[in-house]
Write a protein that binds this ligand. Structure first.
Ligand code: FAD
Length: 303
C-alpha cells in the first residue's frame, strides 16, 4: 500500500500540520511526500520520520496546479492524502472529482486499511466509514494526530512539471504572528465575550505568552470585535486538540464545545459554577477572570 501526502506550507516554510499528517499516513503504508515549493522546504520535509521519498515539484499556490501535480502522480499510489485544512479542503475535493473517487474527509482515526473514523453533526457524533474503493482520497484532521519525529534523511527527487491554470495567483495576505498555530498548538488559552474588549484580550494574550500557548476565542468574542476571526474556535471556527485548553469567561455553548472535543485537559475560569464548561472541565477556578488571570500570569512569569 503506497501513500502520497501533499505537504502543506506556511508561506515559505513547512507547516507543522505536515508532520502530523505524515505520522497518520504511515499507518497506511510507506509515505512519499509531495512538496510544491522551495528546495529548503523539501529538505526539512525529508527529515520527517516515516517519509520514504520527497517529491519536489515546482511551487504553486493554486489548487488547480496542486491537483494537476497530484493527478499526474496518482496512478502510482493507493492513498492520496492531505490535511483537512483550508488548502486540503480546496485541493482534495477537486482531485477526487478529477479521479472520480468519493473522498473521505476530516478523518480523526484510522481503524484499518479502508476504515476511518470522522466526526459528523458538528462533532457531536463519530462515524466509522468503510471505503470500498480501489484508491482513496483522504483528508486528516492534523490536531487528532501526534507529529512525526525528525531525524530521517529521505531522498529528494525533483519532478519537472508545467503548471497550467486558468486562475492566476495575485497575492496572499497573511497575518504575521509569533503566536503558535491554533490548529496544532499543545496549549491554547481561549477567551469569551466576558473578557469585555480588545484591550481585555491582552490579559488572555499575556497568559498565553507565559505558557507558549496559542490564543482562541468564542464566536461571541469575535463578533463583538474583541478578537480576530482566525482565533474563533468551534463549529464554525477552528477545531483544536491541545494537551491543555484554558477556557476563560467561556460558557461552553455546544457550538464552542464542538471545536474543543479533542482537548486532553480543560481548565475553566468562570464566575458561574453551573456553566456547562465548568461541568466538563478537569479543573475549574470559580471567580472573576480579571482577578485570576493576572495572578496566574504573574505566578507563571516568576516560575
Ligand atoms: P457567553 O455564552 O455569554 O458566556 C460568557 C461566560 O463568561 C459565562 O459562562 C459567564 O458566567 C462567564 N463570565 C462572565 N463574567 C465573567 C468574569 N468576570 N470572569 C469569569 N467568567 C465570567 N460559538 C463559538 O464559540 N464557536 C463557534 O464556532 C460557534 N458557531 C456557532 C454556529 C452557529 C450556527 C450558532 C447559532 C452559534 C455559534 N456559536 C459559536 C455561538 C455559541 O452558541 C455561543 O453564543 C458562544 O459560544 C458564547 O460565547 P461565550 O462563551 O463567549 O459567551
Amino acid at each position: 500500500m503506497s501513500v502520497l501526502v501533499l505537504a502543506e506550507l506556511d508561506g515559505e516554510v513547512l507547516s507543522p500540520a505536515t508532520a502530523r499528517i505524515v505520522a497518520a499516513a504511515t499507518q497506511l503504508g510507506p509515505v512519499d511526500l509531495l512538496v510544491s515549493g522551495p528546495q529548503a522546504v523539501a529538505e526539512s520535509a525529508s527529515g520527517l520520520s516515516g517519509v520514504a521519498r520527497v517529491i519536489l515539484a515546482p511551487a504553486t499556490a493554486l489548487a488547480e496546479g496542486m491537483v494537476d501535480l497530484l493527478a499526474s502522480l496518482a496512478p502510482g499510489y493507493d492513498y492520496l492524502v492531505a490535511s483537512a485544512s483550508t488548502t486540503g479542503k480546496d485541493v482534495m475535493p477537486r482531485l477526487a472529482a478529477r479521479l472520480d473517487i468519493q473522498p473521505v474527509t476530516d478523518i480523526v482515526a484510522i481503524e484499518g486499511p479502508n476504515r476511518f473514523t470522522r466526526p459528523i453533526y458538528a462533532g457531536n457524533a463519530l462515524e466509522t466509514v468503510t471505503d470500498g474503493q480501489a484508491r482513496h482520497v483522504l483528508t486528516f484532521r492534523a490536531s487528532a494526530f501526534r507529529p512525526a519525529a525528525g531525524g530521517n534523511a529521505a531522498p529528494i527527487e525533483t519532478r519537472e512539471a508545467t503548471i497550467a491554470s486558468a486562475a492566476r495567483f495575485i497575492a496572499a495576505h497573511r497575518t504575521e504572528s509569533d503566536i503558535p498555530d491554533l490548529a496544532t498548538a499543545q496549549i491554547v488559552v481561549g477567551g469569551g465575550v466576558s473578557v469585555g474588549s480588545a484591550e481585555g484580550f491582552r490579559l488572555i494574550e499575556a497568559l498565553g505568552k507565559s505558557l507558549g500557548a496559542a490564543i482562541g476565542a468564542t464566536r461571541a468574542a469575535v463578533d463583538a470585535g474583541y478578537a480576530p476571526n482566525d482565533w474563533q474556535v468551534g463549529q464554525t471556527g477552528k477545531i483544536i486538540a491541545p494537551d491543555l485548553y484554558i477556557a476563560i469567561g467561556i460558557s461552553g455553548a455546544l457550538q464552542h464545545l464542538a471545536g474543543i472535543q479533542g482537548a486532553k485537559k480543560i481548565v475553566a475560569i468562570n464566575t458561574d459554577a453551573e456553566a456547562p464548561i465548568v461541568k466538563i472541565a478537569d479543573v475549574a477556578l470559580i471567580g472573576d477572570l480579571f482577578e485570576i488571570v493576572p495572578q496566574l500570569t504573574a505566578e507563571l512569569e516568576k516560575a
